[in-house]
Design a protein around this ligand. Structure first.
Ligand code: PMP
Length: 306
């Protein structure tokens, strides 16, 4: 597998292992950073495209605004860096991309800069459970509420909570944690959104269920609508997870991954279901450009065809 050898830090390409910030920088001390995880897909022709680059950049800009960062990097600069870092690392297969903006200065609670950023490209294989499905549990940890640590913002510090839930799930013998809101409604998984299939209809928690406004979620909703699959966005109860015909998680990193049990109760017949399979295939076609639909979702990486 290819290896990352170059990272772009504050606009400069440098050797991957030489990127540095001070441990007392607010990005480390308080976790004051926002980031995006994106994917570049290698097409059968050997060319590469980044999936939904502009939507990721827009969400990052929202995060920088909410964090009140001083002098945030311009979207056009970050966009160029993402394309450049892929080209520089010469991947021969799919890449997972990380854009991260952090406070690199030291200071106090209200310090807003100086702000720095990185763009990185890393190898990432598809998860093993993509085909077979995950054993999930409903976590005893509660999803962060919007009025404390807004999950709508992809802030690094939010992942402290996701990590606690994941570590607990693994300690208890599960693959993944599903978190409930403070009101006890289904929110999302530690790093992915959640969909259920009930009576042929696709159901997902609404945007006010303390979720990250996931780009994959929005992609799945669009693909489902275009395939004529009935769709509901609403509050979801915990017990709906136990009686659903199908459940799957989705996100840039995990893509679409079936959930085949929740709290050791089989989902449907305990195997990935037909709606999940159909949407997985539609997603694969659209990210890898084996369909002509939604060309606006695929940004070509110039200067790279392998
Ligand atoms: N929720 C959380 C908490 C996440 O970390 C992620 C991964 N970014 C997602 C959902 C999925 O978001 P996206 O589809 O934009 O990658």
């Amino acid at each position: 597998m290819w290896q990352a050898h170059t990272i772009i830090h504050n606009g400069r390409p440098i050797p991957f292992h030489e990127a540095r910030i001070h441990p007392l920088a607010l990005g480390v001390a308080f976790g004051i950073a926002v980031f995006e995880g994106l994917r570049a897909y290698r097409h059968p022709s050997g060319s590469f495209t980044v999936f939904r680059l502009d939507e990721h950049l827009a969400r990052l800009a929202q995060g920088m605004k909410v964090l009140r960062l001083a002098d945030p990097p311009e979207t056009a600069v970050l966009r160029q860096a993402v394309l450049e870092v892929i080209r520089l690392n010469e991947p021969d297969d799919d890449a997972y991309l990380r854009l991260q903006v952090q406070i690199e200065g030291m200071g106090m609670m209200a310090t807003t800069g100086p702000v720095g950023w990185i763009a990185a490209a890393l190898p990432r294989e598809r998860g093993a459970k993509f085909a077979t499905g995950l054993a999930a549990t409903v976590s005893s940890w509660t999803r962060l509420p919007d009025n404390a640590m807004p999950p709508r913002i992809k802030a690094s510090a939010n992942y402290h909570a996701s990590r606690l839930a994941t570590l607990q799930a693994k300690a208890d013998g599960y693959d993944s944690a599903i978190l409930l809101t403070a009101r006890g409604k289904v929110s999302e998984a530690a790093a992915a959104c959640i969909f259920l299939v009930r009576g042929g209809a696709l159901v997902t928690p609404s945007r006010s269920s303390d979720i990250l406004e996931s780009i994959t979620r929005e992609t799945v909703i669009t693909l489902a609508r275009e395939a004529g699959i009935p769709f509901e966005e609403r509050e979801v109860d915990r017990t709906e997870l136990y009686v659903a015909d199908e459940v799957f998680l989705c996100g840039t990193g995990q893509e679409l991954v079936p959930v085949t049990s929740v709290d050791r109760l089989a989902v449907g017949d305990g195997a990935p279901g037909p709606v999940t399979r159909r949407l997985q295939a539609a997603y694969e076609a659209v990210v890898r450009g084996t369909t002509d639909v939604h060309p606006e979702w695929r940004t070509p990486v110039p200067g790279l065809a392998r």
